[in-house]
Design a binder for this molecule. Structure first.
Ligand SMILES: *Cc1c(COP(=O)(O)O)cnc(C)c1O
Length: 448
């Protein structure tokens, strides 16, 4: 986004664009406030209004036909197009360095529709194995029942081992920038290279990184997904999701995506670099209807405006917490790639120069019973599921998010009995640490 690209107007009758001094690209902190910003040409409202409407009036007969065909945008009905939501989609596309974006009703919905746009019954997706458990649940539950096969590839697999698993039905490589909850930072550049050599896109859930910490498209990713419920909204008040199209994948050359590239009116021919997002918006989201309410997006937009300021402090708090906990006898391990001793520290230095995120996962030496005492002793840090709030939160993983797994599955997934995920908020680090200290003293050190 450059200064002469905002503010734009929502109506088909543009208001005059103010003179802007510098043509060069604006900084992240500026774009998180202004990208996609619209000044309503009727009211001149500065803050993006909540456009609480189900549908939009056509100018005339021909306009109706055009909007259904996508010739003048798709704004006909709020199931897949709404002006408040459009600002958020464009802002996230701008922050991620993509060409277009859409917001939907949850992170889960974003993952589902992003993949439905790529894959159908009989198709295959390769994924890194350290992923958010809700995603893994969807992969082995609903997606499998619809005939999609998701195959996990271990982190230490060689390029050849990855490539050997790609079949002519493989439609994507799927990963998370900073996997929730184990923080095993993905090697995005390498995964993009492997995917592109085979003519398939790299899809990245970048929820925990946010575009402030990492922009996967700069490392070769083609589609970026977010749960906006987390740091993007940032205040624990809304559920939402987003999909951003990097715009560089050659769907035609790939030959694997006829839904995008074939026919005289193919999405590639009509929408060029935005073909995937146009298909997602006008077919998949329209058909499944994972619509987010404009009310929620209003709160999301307010969150995004302060993303860099919040996350800089949350990352600093997290680093301080990780360092303090790493020398405690009650803690067997701290999984935080900001620590030089962490196995993913080198990748964090490469991909996350602004900080390694605000999830600090700890393995309590006393196992499940120590975790019970730890959780029950906390007074400031809230015992709950969720991450990315301004409030700090803690959850024992084995008894909650991963409770459905058998003991063997837990071990294979790295979910040890003492594992507790902390989402570090915006309270003072001193107060957070004092509360965690209370928890650790209650957890205790096991006697041999
Ligand atoms: C929370 C989360 C999701 C799911 O998002 P919802 O908004 O809760 O549906 C997906 N991926 C990651 C990495 C998450 O942390």
């Amino acid at each position: 986004m450059t200064p002469d690209q905002y503010p734009v107007t929502m109506s088909e009758h543009p208001a005059p664009v103010p003179e802007q001094p510098a043509p060069e690209a604006l900084d992240f902190a500026t774009r998180q406030i202004h990208a996609g910003a619209v000044v309503d040409s009727q009211t001149k409202a500065r803050v993006t209004p909540i456009y609480q409407t189900a549908g939009y009036v056509f100018d005339d007969f021909d306009d109706g036909e055009d909007r259904f065909a996508g010739r003048s945008g798709f704004r006909a009905y709020s199931r897949n197009e709404n002006p408040t939501n459009a600002v958020a989609g464009q802002r996230l596309a701008d922050l991620e360095g993509g060409v277009d974006g859409i917001v939907v009703s949850s992170g889960q919905a974003a993952i589902a529709v992003a993949l439905f746009a790529l894959a159908e019954t009989g198709d295959h997706i390769l994924a890194t194995s350290s992923l958010y458990e809700g995603t893994r649940d969807m992969f082995k539950g609903s997606l499998r029942r619809q005939g999609l096969t998701i195959e996990y590839v271990p982190d230490d697999a060689t390029d050849e081992e990855w490539t050997a698993r790609i079949t002519d039905r493989t439609k994507a490589i799927y990963t998370e920038t900073i996997p929730n909850p184990l923080n095993q930072v993905a090697d995005l550049e390498r995964l993009a290279r492997i995917a592109h050599a085979a003519g398939i896109p790299l899809v990245v859930d970048s929820t925990v990184a946010t575009p402030y910490l990492c922009r996967p498209i700069e490392w070769g990713a083609d589609i970026v997904i977010h749960s906006t419920s987390k740091w993007l909204a940032g205040h624990g008040s809304v559920i939402g999701g987003a999909i951003v199209d990097g715009g560089r994948f050659d769907w035609k050359a790939s030959g694997r995506f006829p839904q995008l590239s074939e026919g005289p009116t193919s999405f590639v021919d009509r929408f060029g670099a935005g073909a995937y997002l146009a298909y997602l918006r006008s077919v998949v989201v329209l058909e499944y209807g994972p619509t987010v309410a404009a009310n929620s997006t209003f709160l999301l937009l307010h969150g995004i405006e302060t993303l860099s300021v919040r996350l800089a402090q949350q990352v600093a708090n997290s680093q301080e917490v990780a360092e303090a906990l790493s020398i405690r006898p009650e803690v067997k391990a701290v999984l935080y790639p900001g620590l030089p001793s962490d196995p993913f520290h080198e990748r964090a230095k490469k991909y996350l120069p602004n900080g390694a995120g605000a999830v600090v996962t700890i393995d309590l030496a006393g196992g499940r019973e120590a975790a019970r005492r730890f959780i029950d002793a906390l007074r400031l840090v809230s015992p709950m599921t969720h991450i990315g709030d301004v409030r700090s939160m803690a959850i024992h993983l084995g008894s909650t998010i991963h409770a459905k797994l058998t003991d063997e599955e837990k071990l294979a997934a790295g979910i040890t009995p003492g594992l507790v995920r902390l989402s570090i908020g915006l309270e003072s680090a001193r107060d957070i640490l004092a509360d965690l200290d209370r928890g650790l003293l209650a957890a205790g050190v096991p006697t041999a």
